[in-house]
Design a binder for this molecule. Sequence first.
Ligand SMILES: [Mg+2]
Length: 316
Amino acid sequence: MHDEFEKIAWLKARFELGDPPDGSVLGIGDDAAVFDFGERPTVVTVDTHVEGIHFRRDWLSPSELGARAMIAAVSDVYAMAAQAVGSVVALTLPPKYPEADFRSLIDGLADAARATGAAVIGGNLSGGPVLSITTTAFGHSAERALTRRGARVGDRIYATGALGASALGFRLLEAGRLDLEHAKSFIDRWRRPPIRAEVAGRLSDFATAAIDVSDACLQDLGHICRASEVGATLDAQALPTLLGFAETCAAIGADPLELALTGGEDYEILFTAAEVTKADAVATQIGVITADPILRVLDADGCAIPLRSDGFRHFS
Ligand SMILES: [Mg+2]
Protein backbone atom coordinates (compact mmCIF):
# COMPACT_ATOMS: atom_id res chain seq x y z
CA MET A 1 0.00 0.00 0.00
CA HIS A 2 2.43 2.65 -1.14
CA ASP A 3 0.31 5.13 -2.99
CA GLU A 4 -2.84 6.97 -2.12
CA PHE A 5 -5.03 4.99 -4.54
CA GLU A 6 -4.00 1.68 -3.03
CA LYS A 7 -4.79 3.08 0.40
CA ILE A 8 -8.20 4.30 -0.76
CA ALA A 9 -9.04 0.92 -2.34
CA TRP A 10 -8.13 -0.74 0.95
CA LEU A 11 -10.16 1.81 2.93
CA LYS A 12 -13.16 1.27 0.67
CA ALA A 13 -13.06 -2.43 1.50
CA ARG A 14 -12.44 -1.76 5.21
CA PHE A 15 -15.45 0.57 5.44
CA GLU A 16 -17.68 -1.48 3.15
CA LEU A 17 -21.30 -0.81 4.00
CA GLY A 18 -22.43 -4.36 4.69
CA ASP A 19 -25.71 -3.26 6.11
CA PRO A 20 -26.23 0.29 4.78
CA PRO A 21 -27.03 2.81 7.51
CA ASP A 22 -30.43 4.41 7.48
CA GLY A 23 -30.80 6.38 4.27
CA SER A 24 -27.24 5.94 3.03
CA VAL A 25 -27.19 4.95 -0.63
CA LEU A 26 -23.57 5.45 -1.72
CA GLY A 27 -20.39 5.21 0.38
CA ILE A 28 -16.68 5.48 -0.44
CA GLY A 29 -15.55 5.28 -4.07
CA ASP A 30 -17.09 8.17 -5.98
CA ASP A 31 -16.48 11.93 -5.76
CA ALA A 32 -18.88 12.16 -2.85
CA ALA A 33 -21.10 10.01 -0.70
CA VAL A 34 -24.85 10.13 -1.19
CA PHE A 35 -27.35 9.81 1.60
CA ASP A 36 -30.95 10.65 2.28
CA PHE A 37 -32.10 10.91 5.86
CA GLY A 38 -35.73 11.46 5.01
CA GLU A 39 -38.06 13.74 6.89
CA ARG A 40 -36.50 14.06 10.32
CA PRO A 41 -33.85 16.73 11.04
CA THR A 42 -30.24 15.82 10.29
CA VAL A 43 -27.66 16.57 12.98
CA VAL A 44 -24.09 17.23 11.83
CA THR A 45 -20.90 17.94 13.79
CA VAL A 46 -17.14 17.94 13.21
CA ASP A 47 -14.28 17.24 15.62
CA THR A 48 -10.49 17.24 15.20
CA HIS A 49 -7.79 15.31 17.05
CA VAL A 50 -4.29 16.72 16.50
CA GLU A 51 -1.08 15.06 17.68
CA GLY A 52 0.69 17.14 20.32
CA ILE A 53 -2.50 19.07 21.10
CA HIS A 54 -5.11 16.41 21.89
CA PHE A 55 -2.96 13.31 22.28
CA ARG A 56 0.55 11.94 22.30
CA ARG A 57 1.23 8.91 20.17
CA ASP A 58 2.90 7.06 23.04
CA TRP A 59 -0.16 7.50 25.31
CA LEU A 60 -2.55 5.36 23.32
CA SER A 61 -2.41 2.73 20.61
CA PRO A 62 -3.26 3.65 17.01
CA SER A 63 -6.45 1.62 17.30
CA GLU A 64 -7.46 3.43 20.51
CA LEU A 65 -6.74 6.73 18.80
CA GLY A 66 -8.99 5.84 15.87
CA ALA A 67 -11.78 4.79 18.21
CA ARG A 68 -11.38 7.87 20.40
CA ALA A 69 -11.60 10.24 17.44
CA MET A 70 -14.83 8.62 16.28
CA ILE A 71 -16.44 8.37 19.74
CA ALA A 72 -15.59 12.00 20.60
CA ALA A 73 -17.19 13.23 17.37
CA VAL A 74 -20.30 11.10 17.71
CA SER A 75 -20.72 12.20 21.34
CA ASP A 76 -21.98 15.56 19.99
CA VAL A 77 -24.60 13.74 17.92
CA TYR A 78 -25.77 11.88 21.02
CA ALA A 79 -25.96 15.15 22.97
CA MET A 80 -28.69 16.26 20.53
CA ALA A 81 -30.66 13.08 21.36
CA ALA A 82 -29.91 11.86 17.83
CA GLN A 83 -28.80 8.48 16.56
CA ALA A 84 -25.54 8.44 14.59
CA VAL A 85 -25.98 7.27 11.00
CA GLY A 86 -22.76 8.11 9.16
CA SER A 87 -19.43 9.89 9.15
CA VAL A 88 -16.67 11.20 6.90
CA VAL A 89 -13.09 11.19 8.12
CA ALA A 90 -10.16 13.38 7.00
CA LEU A 91 -6.86 11.79 8.00
CA THR A 92 -3.50 13.55 7.90
CA LEU A 93 -0.54 11.17 8.17
CA PRO A 94 2.94 12.37 9.19
CA PRO A 95 6.00 11.33 7.15
CA LYS A 96 6.98 7.67 7.56
CA TYR A 97 3.86 6.80 9.54
CA PRO A 98 4.16 3.01 9.87
CA GLU A 99 1.86 0.95 7.68
CA ALA A 100 0.90 -1.31 10.59
CA ASP A 101 -0.09 1.72 12.67
CA PHE A 102 -2.18 3.08 9.80
CA ARG A 103 -4.01 -0.23 9.54
CA SER A 104 -4.70 -0.47 13.24
CA LEU A 105 -5.81 3.17 13.41
CA ILE A 106 -8.34 2.37 10.68
CA ASP A 107 -9.38 -0.79 12.55
CA GLY A 108 -10.09 1.33 15.65
CA LEU A 109 -12.06 3.84 13.57
CA ALA A 110 -14.04 1.10 11.83
CA ASP A 111 -14.86 -0.72 15.06
CA ALA A 112 -16.00 2.50 16.75
CA ALA A 113 -17.97 3.47 13.64
CA ARG A 114 -19.82 0.18 13.94
CA ALA A 115 -20.32 0.53 17.70
CA THR A 116 -21.60 4.10 17.46
CA GLY A 117 -23.67 3.62 14.30
CA ALA A 118 -21.67 6.25 12.40
CA ALA A 119 -20.63 4.16 9.36
CA VAL A 120 -17.72 5.77 7.50
CA ILE A 121 -19.12 6.76 4.10
CA GLY A 122 -16.29 8.95 2.86
CA GLY A 123 -13.23 10.97 3.71
CA ASN A 124 -9.84 12.26 2.65
CA LEU A 125 -6.21 11.19 3.04
CA SER A 126 -3.37 13.66 3.18
CA GLY A 127 0.24 13.97 4.30
CA GLY A 128 1.17 16.56 6.91
CA PRO A 129 3.60 17.47 9.68
CA VAL A 130 1.71 15.63 12.43
CA LEU A 131 -0.99 12.98 12.73
CA SER A 132 -4.49 14.40 12.76
CA ILE A 133 -8.00 12.99 12.43
CA THR A 134 -11.00 15.15 11.58
CA THR A 135 -14.32 13.37 11.90
CA THR A 136 -17.62 14.74 10.63
CA ALA A 137 -20.52 12.77 12.07
CA PHE A 138 -24.14 12.78 10.96
CA GLY A 139 -27.16 11.89 13.03
CA HIS A 140 -30.84 11.40 12.69
CA SER A 141 -32.65 13.37 15.35
CA ALA A 142 -35.99 12.72 16.97
CA GLU A 143 -38.81 14.88 15.63
CA ARG A 144 -37.13 17.86 17.23
CA ALA A 145 -33.42 17.92 18.08
CA LEU A 146 -32.75 18.32 21.80
CA THR A 147 -30.77 21.53 22.33
CA ARG A 148 -29.11 23.36 25.25
CA ARG A 149 -31.98 25.81 25.42
CA GLY A 150 -34.84 23.95 27.12
CA ALA A 151 -33.85 23.75 30.80
CA ARG A 152 -36.54 25.13 33.13
CA VAL A 153 -36.49 26.14 36.78
CA GLY A 154 -37.00 23.06 38.96
CA ASP A 155 -35.67 20.60 36.36
CA ARG A 156 -33.26 18.08 37.83
CA ILE A 157 -29.73 17.90 36.44
CA TYR A 158 -28.28 14.53 35.46
CA ALA A 159 -24.94 13.09 34.36
CA THR A 160 -24.45 9.67 32.78
CA GLY A 161 -21.53 7.42 33.80
CA ALA A 162 -18.73 9.01 35.83
CA LEU A 163 -17.23 12.50 35.94
CA GLY A 164 -13.54 13.41 36.09
CA ALA A 165 -12.38 9.92 35.16
CA SER A 166 -10.87 10.86 31.83
CA ALA A 167 -9.12 13.93 33.25
CA LEU A 168 -7.67 11.82 36.05
CA GLY A 169 -6.48 9.25 33.49
CA PHE A 170 -4.78 12.05 31.56
CA ARG A 171 -3.09 13.33 34.75
CA LEU A 172 -1.89 9.82 35.57
CA LEU A 173 -0.34 9.50 32.10
CA GLU A 174 1.32 12.91 32.50
CA ALA A 175 2.64 11.98 35.95
CA GLY A 176 3.70 8.50 34.81
CA ARG A 177 1.73 6.95 37.70
CA LEU A 178 0.56 3.78 36.01
CA ASP A 179 1.54 1.87 39.15
CA LEU A 180 -1.44 3.05 41.23
CA GLU A 181 -4.08 0.45 42.05
CA HIS A 182 -6.94 2.02 40.08
CA ALA A 183 -4.82 3.78 37.46
CA LYS A 184 -5.88 1.50 34.63
CA SER A 185 -9.60 2.17 34.91
CA PHE A 186 -9.06 5.96 34.68
CA ILE A 187 -6.50 5.76 31.87
CA ASP A 188 -8.89 3.45 29.99
CA ARG A 189 -11.61 6.11 30.26
CA TRP A 190 -9.29 8.66 28.68
CA ARG A 191 -8.18 6.24 25.97
CA ARG A 192 -11.61 4.84 25.24
CA PRO A 193 -14.53 7.15 26.08
CA PRO A 194 -17.94 5.58 26.68
CA ILE A 195 -20.50 5.28 23.88
CA ARG A 196 -23.80 6.70 25.15
CA ALA A 197 -25.98 5.65 22.21
CA GLU A 198 -28.57 3.98 24.38
CA VAL A 199 -29.18 6.97 26.65
CA ALA A 200 -29.20 9.26 23.60
CA GLY A 201 -31.96 7.18 22.08
CA ARG A 202 -34.15 7.70 25.13
CA LEU A 203 -33.41 11.34 25.94
CA SER A 204 -36.10 12.90 23.77
CA ASP A 205 -38.63 11.11 25.96
CA PHE A 206 -37.82 13.04 29.12
CA ALA A 207 -34.90 15.49 28.77
CA THR A 208 -35.47 19.24 28.42
CA ALA A 209 -31.87 20.18 27.49
CA ALA A 210 -28.61 18.29 26.97
CA ILE A 211 -24.89 18.67 26.23
CA ASP A 212 -21.99 16.24 26.25
CA VAL A 213 -19.20 16.70 28.80
CA SER A 214 -16.28 17.58 26.55
CA ASP A 215 -14.93 20.73 28.23
CA ALA A 216 -15.94 19.98 31.84
CA CYS A 217 -19.10 19.36 33.85
CA LEU A 218 -19.25 22.89 35.25
CA GLN A 219 -18.37 24.61 31.99
CA ASP A 220 -20.80 22.51 29.95
CA LEU A 221 -23.57 23.01 32.50
CA GLY A 222 -22.80 26.72 32.18
CA HIS A 223 -23.54 26.46 28.45
CA ILE A 224 -26.97 24.95 29.21
CA CYS A 225 -27.68 27.65 31.81
CA ARG A 226 -26.70 30.52 29.52
CA ALA A 227 -28.69 29.11 26.60
CA SER A 228 -31.72 28.44 28.81
CA GLU A 229 -31.35 31.67 30.85
CA VAL A 230 -31.38 29.84 34.17
CA GLY A 231 -28.94 28.94 36.95
CA ALA A 232 -28.00 25.67 38.64
CA THR A 233 -27.13 24.24 42.02
CA LEU A 234 -25.03 21.07 42.13
CA ASP A 235 -24.62 18.69 45.04
CA ALA A 236 -20.89 17.91 45.35
CA GLN A 237 -21.68 14.65 47.16
CA ALA A 238 -23.86 13.42 44.31
CA LEU A 239 -21.27 13.68 41.52
CA PRO A 240 -20.79 10.17 40.12
CA THR A 241 -17.19 8.92 40.06
CA LEU A 242 -15.44 5.62 39.41
CA LEU A 243 -14.22 3.35 42.19
CA GLY A 244 -10.99 4.62 43.72
CA PHE A 245 -11.40 8.18 42.38
CA ALA A 246 -10.73 10.08 45.61
CA GLU A 247 -7.73 8.02 46.70
CA THR A 248 -6.16 8.07 43.23
CA CYS A 249 -6.58 11.87 43.11
CA ALA A 250 -4.97 12.10 46.54
CA ALA A 251 -2.02 9.98 45.39
CA ILE A 252 -1.11 12.53 42.70
CA GLY A 253 -2.04 15.63 44.71
CA ALA A 254 -5.20 16.38 42.71
CA ASP A 255 -8.45 17.65 44.23
CA PRO A 256 -11.22 15.13 43.42
CA LEU A 257 -13.98 17.75 43.45
CA GLU A 258 -12.01 19.99 41.12
CA LEU A 259 -11.36 17.14 38.69
CA ALA A 260 -14.98 15.96 38.72
CA LEU A 261 -16.23 19.50 38.07
CA THR A 262 -13.56 20.88 35.79
CA GLY A 263 -11.90 17.85 34.18
CA GLY A 264 -12.75 17.50 30.50
CA GLU A 265 -13.25 14.82 27.88
CA ASP A 266 -15.56 12.51 29.82
CA TYR A 267 -17.94 12.38 26.84
CA GLU A 268 -20.77 11.67 29.23
CA ILE A 269 -24.16 13.30 28.65
CA LEU A 270 -25.26 16.10 30.97
CA PHE A 271 -28.98 16.73 30.74
CA THR A 272 -31.93 18.27 32.53
CA ALA A 273 -35.33 16.65 33.06
CA ALA A 274 -38.62 17.42 34.77
CA GLU A 275 -39.77 13.83 34.73
CA VAL A 276 -37.39 12.11 37.13
CA THR A 277 -38.51 8.49 37.05
CA LYS A 278 -37.32 7.85 33.50
CA ALA A 279 -34.22 10.00 33.94
CA ASP A 280 -33.25 8.24 37.20
CA ALA A 281 -33.13 4.98 35.25
CA VAL A 282 -30.33 6.13 32.93
CA ALA A 283 -28.22 8.65 34.85
CA THR A 284 -27.29 10.14 38.23
CA GLN A 285 -29.12 13.15 39.61
CA ILE A 286 -26.52 15.79 40.52
CA GLY A 287 -28.47 19.00 41.05
CA VAL A 288 -31.34 21.28 40.19
CA ILE A 289 -32.01 24.17 37.80
CA THR A 290 -32.66 27.48 39.56
CA ALA A 291 -34.03 30.88 38.56
CA ASP A 292 -30.94 32.71 39.84
CA PRO A 293 -28.59 32.81 36.83
CA ILE A 294 -25.52 31.54 38.69
CA LEU A 295 -23.83 28.18 39.28
CA ARG A 296 -23.56 26.95 42.85
CA VAL A 297 -21.94 23.81 44.20
CA LEU A 298 -23.04 22.73 47.69
CA ASP A 299 -20.94 20.64 50.07
CA ALA A 300 -22.24 17.89 52.37
CA ASP A 301 -23.53 20.52 54.84
CA GLY A 302 -25.40 22.41 52.13
CA CYS A 303 -22.89 25.26 52.15
CA ALA A 304 -21.83 26.84 48.85
CA ILE A 305 -18.27 26.00 47.83
CA PRO A 306 -16.56 29.17 46.55
CA LEU A 307 -15.92 29.04 42.81
CA ARG A 308 -13.80 31.33 40.70
CA SER A 309 -15.57 33.28 37.96
CA ASP A 310 -14.26 30.82 35.34
CA GLY A 311 -15.92 27.95 37.18
CA PHE A 312 -12.74 26.66 38.79
CA ARG A 313 -12.69 26.14 42.49
CA HIS A 314 -11.02 28.70 44.71
CA PHE A 315 -8.03 27.37 46.57
CA SER A 316 -7.06 28.91 49.82
MG1 LIG B 1 -20.47 18.94 22.74
